[in-house]
Design a protein around this ligand. Structure first.
Ligand code: G6P
Length: 613
């Protein structure tokens, strides 16, 4: 599950490789690296963690050259770390390799190489390949035959890309078996190599796909294909008509599933450059927020439609709790007809994935007409809601294709939390300790989101039990009440099951009449300030024969003993808990819908962006 990109041409290879790796990041998350030929020397940058770490490294210590290779890794042999990240250099520093696959006989090969005096720098199986090639290079004197000899010794399936500073005019790529593809992209005076098409699709659509046991010698002007054994091949050049975005579904069945899984990355990107954990500060420069402005605000109105409105409901609580500013969440389609009490002491914050939703844009206009400052939290860069606002926060989630919004729901929850801290800080309402604590609480959020995603199998089992439901009831309280709304909306949108959400305390005022064994109840009962109340509401539902599925904090035996199924989330500070509780509910809706055989990416009657009233 690794991603590979290579480039040879006249342009700077570094941004092209980083851009390509970004498109492949879903293939591997634990480390990344690149190698570029600069003034006849191979320079390597490698980082553990997400691609953003490598990007920052390259920013701090730039490298450029017109030939290079890059890799995102998903560890098999050797822990995820910078030293195990690819590319791997030979002992002389003259040969460099990236690799997809597992060298099944690496222990024997390594032992042999070690006996011959080779010193290994990593724990990876891949490193044997680069040492083997270097060994044969000293015998054959040319990279192509050295690569052939080395490849002939490898067991297992592989995609391999290699170059040497001794022959600075070529990259060699090879494929053996099915460890992912190797594709060569043909350009004018430049050529590309990748494990997957999306990495290079914005540069070329003319592609050669290597078959198993084929090898490509790629120069700026030419590509020569042969078998590993040396028979010349005249390959077919394919012209791919896919647009770059639709080509990126990768190994996932649906964009929605891919986007649910992208949340670790999107939450990491949401924090990157905005949070300084050392100093405990937040930066949101695109808001143009001054101390004077923060101090004069008397009211904040959040406005949005659909899923974004549920983010706004959470945002209202965060702004009131953290910044102490009265806040309201107004559905955009209602706001402009409600003669809202808004003036120049109001900030209106529009939240929109697309930035093009007609009702949201109209609400922004209405706020503007009444003299409010207009901000937007938007995913689509350059969209109307971003352009017409006085200030904006750009969601760092990347394109969201699935109609049911997922990653563009959790990112604004974090944006609003950061915004509330910034407002409170500028108004002088937070002590340094309070601010640092709130900021520090953000640190683990991407990782905790990853732990929710790791439980997809358990969620799937619960989905199986609920897949034939006709109606479902979602309950939550406090900051997780909007998540009950969002969970119910996800289910309605893609599974067409009728779902209602209620503030749990309201259940006794009506909805409790609906509860029987045919009406499953999903209750968000994590260890937050509303926990005890949620427990008693679950008891009421159980007493009426209801089937209860709880979203609960890992290790909470009390909830587990009370309900029929549990969707576990890790413990987190309560103000950030909606980021986590929403994830199992996204997966639940997704799996129920797919089990019902439905098209989750394009549910009936819905559109991703509604540009009509
Ligand atoms: C449509 C989509 C929803 C989305 C809503 C708001 O109804 O189907 O998933 O939440 O629009 O879209 P926006 O782009 O403004 O966030």
């Amino acid at each position: 599950m690794c991603g590979i990109v290579g480039y040879i041409g006249e342009r700077d290879a570094t941004p092209l490789i980083l851009g390509g790796l970004k498109k492949l990041e879903y293939r591997g998350y634990d480390s990344a690296g690149l190698a570029v030929l600069k003034n006849g020397q191979i320079e390597v940058r490698r980082n553990a963690g997400k691609l953003v770490n490598l990007e920052m490294n390259v920013c701090e210590q730039p490298i450029s050259g017109t030939l290079g290779i890059g890799h995102t890794r998903w560890a098999t042999h050797g822990e995820p770390s910078a030293r195990n990240a690819h590319p791997h250099l030979s002992g002389s520093g003259e040969v460099v390799v990236v690799h997809n696959g597992i060298v099944e006989n690496f222990i024997e090969l390594k032992e042999e190489l070690v006996t011959e005096g080779v010193v290994f720098q990593s724990d990876t199986d891949t490193e044997t390949i680069v040492h083997l090639i270097e060994k044969f290079l000293s015998v054959t004197g040319d990279l192509e035959s050295a690569a052939r000899k080395a490849l002939g010794q490898l067991k297992g399936a592989h995609g391999i890309v290699v170059f040497t500073s001794r022959e600075p005019d070529k990259i060699i790529a090879a494929r053996i078996g099915n460890a992912g593809g190797v594709v060569i992209g043909l350009g004018e005076g430049e050529n590309f190599i990748a494990s997957d098409i999306p990495a290079i699709l914005e540069h070329t659509r003319k592609l050669i796909f290597l078959e198993s046991r084929q090898m490509a010698v790629v120069t700026r002007e030419d590509v020569h294909i042969s078998t590993i054994e040396g028979t010349v091949i005249h390959p077919q050049v394919s012209s791919v008509a896919w647009d770059p975005v639709s080509a990126e579904k990768g190994e996932y069945r649906h964009f929605m599933q891919k986007e649910i899984h992208e949340q670790v990355r999107s939450l990491t990107d949401t924090l990157a450059g905005r949070v300084n954990f050392k100093e405990g500060t937040i930066r949101l420069p695109q808001l143009n927020l001054t101390v004077e402005k923060a101090k004069e605000v008397e009211k904040i109105v959040l406005t949005a439609c659909g899923t974004a409105s549920h983010a706004g409901m959470v945002g209202r609580i965060l702004i009131e709790r953290i910044a102490g500013i009265p806040a309201a969440m107004e559905i955009a389609s209602e706001f402009r007809y409600s003669d809202p009490i808004v003036n120049d002491k109001t900030i209106l914050i529009a939240i929109s994935q697309s930035g093009e939703t007609a009702d949201t844009l109209a609400a922004m206009e209405e706020g503007r007409r009444k003299g409010a400052t207009i901000w937007s939290i938007v995913n689509a860069i350059g969209s109307q809601a971003m352009r017409v606002a006085d200030g904006s926060i750009s969601m760092q989630t990347g394109p969201e294709i699935g109609v049911a919004s997922t990653k563009a729901f959790t990112a604004p929850l974090v944006d609003l939390y950061m915004l509330a801290i910034l407002l409170a800080d500028l108004r002088g309402d937070l002590s340094v300790q309070e601010r640092k604590k709130l900021v520090e609480d953000l640190r683990l959020i991407p990782e905790l989101a990853g732990r929710c995603l790791d439980r997809e199998g358990e969620v799937e089992e619960t989905a199986y039990l609920l897949r034939e439901s006709k109606d479902m009831l979602y309950l939550g309280r406090g900051i997780n009440m909007p998540i009950a709304y969002e969970g119910a909306l996800k289910l309605k949108e893609i599974s067409y099951i009728h779902a209602e959400a209620y503030p749990a305390g309201e259940m006794k005022h009506g909805p409790i009449a609906l509860i029987d064994e045919n009406m499953p109840v999903v209750a968000i009962a994590i260890k937050d300030p509303w926990y005890e109340k949620m427990i008693s509401q679950i008891e009421q539902a159980k007493a009426r024969g209801g089937i209860v599925v709880a979203v609960a904090t890992e290790g909470d035996e009390r909830v587990a003993a009370l309900v029929d199924r549990v969707l576990w989330v890790p413990e987190a500070p309560w103000m950030l808990s909606p980021v986590l509780t929403s994830i199992p509910l996204q997966m639940l809706a997704y799996h129920i819908a797919t089990m019902r055989g439905l098209d989750v990416d394009q549910p009936r009657n819905l559109a991703k962006s509604v540009t009509v009233e």
